[in-house]
Design a protein around this ligand. Structure first.
Ligand code: IPE
Ligand code: IPE
Ligand code: MG
Ligand code: MG
Length: 335
């Protein structure tokens, strides 16, 4: 859901994002009938962060209006993201996404898996047609990692998923590497090469690490209305995210292990969870960890700056502030 802040941040690329949305519409329109038109629920909503990352990096690096090949690649990134969301909602059994019923709820798991496959394959085809050999490589390797990250969440035992380094590895694979890829695709399209392209990638990765930690915090603090997806889902799904890890480290093993194994959260358990979160200062501590990644992201971005006033550079900086200042997060004094 795009907030007013995001509209402002996206100002340098607002026309580009309109073209991206048109590309997405074309993909759905070009699909076999009766393709589920409810996929339309995915068209207007969503923050469009991954295409925005690629387009802002492109504009920061080239200071030019992106040609069609860049817009198509930005759209392909969003398509890949939508495909992973459709599959993720089947895996997580989620009933709501972007404020609408999920596709597998509206139809069946079978339809959702196949629509996800279709969108993903279409995205790869778009990279093949509009990207370079390097960008095709980047996105395909990223997808392998994303599937690996999601599999780790499903296959590893609760004990190994309760280790911090495993959590960080999972979020790096399933989310941060995708933002890294989006930044790298933008830089590559602007003909940035070598260590400088790597640095853009590093910016995207740090942003992505922070982004997933914040998403994991929002699962504990937000309401479905302003998030557009269910909350308190992760624990019930058996996912040990950073807030849960902090609680474990603070000694709440017994409580957490019982929620994780029973896979349900009664009203009573919810109240106990809120007390534990508050007494161990869990949410501010998790957000401070996210802010460390954002501090690194800002440092990298500053080192890449060429023209101080470049609007795309300012937007990327503001995007770092935006993700940690979203509604439903406590306001902290951060870096
Ligand atoms: C949701 O991503 C999946 C995660 C990686 C946490 P977004 O929060 O970017 O989802 P949309 O695109 O805005 O719906
Ligand atoms: C991100 O993890 C999923 C993907 C990378 C596809 P989550 O499972 O936390 O995402 P949400 O919370 O369902 O959006
Ligand atoms: Mg999910
Ligand atoms: Mg989540």
């Amino acid at each position: 859901m795009k907030s007013d802040n995001l509209i402002e941040i996206y100002r340098p690329i607002s026309d580009d994002l309109k073209s991206v949305d048109q590309c997405l519409l074309d993909v759905v329109a070009g699909a076999l009938d009766p393709f589920p038109r409810e996929i339309g629920a995915f068209r207007g909503a969503g923050k469009r962060l991954r295409p925005a990352m690629a387009l802002l990096v492109y504009r920061m690096a080239s200071e030019q209006t992106p040609p069609r090949r860049v817009l198509e690649q930005a759209a392909a990134l969003e398509l890949m993201h939508i495909a992973t969301l459709i599959h993720d909602d089947v895996v997580d059994g989620s009933y709501q996404r972007r404020g609408h019923q999920t596709l597998h709820r509206l139809f069946t798991d079978k339809t959702a898996v196949l629509v996800g496959d279709y969108l993903y394959a279409t995205a790869i085809d778009m990279f093949n047609r509009f990207g370079t050999h390097h960008s095709v490589n980047v996105v395909t390797r990223t997808t392998i990692g994303m599937a690996h990250g999601e599999l780790m969440q499903v296959l590893l035992t609760p004990e190994s998923r309760s280790r911090r380094e495993i959590y960080l590895d999972i979020i790096s694979k399933k989310t941060a590497d995708f933002f890294a890829a989006a930044a790298e695709v933008g830089a590559e399209a602007a003909e940035v090469e070598g260590p400088r392209r790597e640095e853009f990638r590093r910016f995207g990765w740090n942003f992505g690490m922070a982004f997933q930690i914040i998403d994991d915090v929002l699962d504990f603090t937000a309401s479905p209305d302003n998030l557009g997806k269910p909350v308190f889902q992760d624990l019930v799904d058996g996912k040990v995210t950073l807030p849960a890890l902090i609680l474990l480290e603070a000694g709440a093993q017994e409580f957490l292990m019982s929620v994780l194994s029973e896979r349900k959260l009664t009203q009573e358990a919810r109240a106990a969870l809120s007390d534990l979160l508050a007494s161990h200062d869990v949410i501010p501590r998790a957000l401070r960890e996210a802010d460390q990644f954002l501090a690194d992201a800002r440092d990298v971005l500053n080192s890449l700056r060429t023209t101080e006033s470049a609007p795309a550079f300012q937007s990327l900086l503001s995007l770092c502030d935006y993700i940690i200042q979203q509604k439903s997060l406590p306001q902290l004094s951060l870096t």
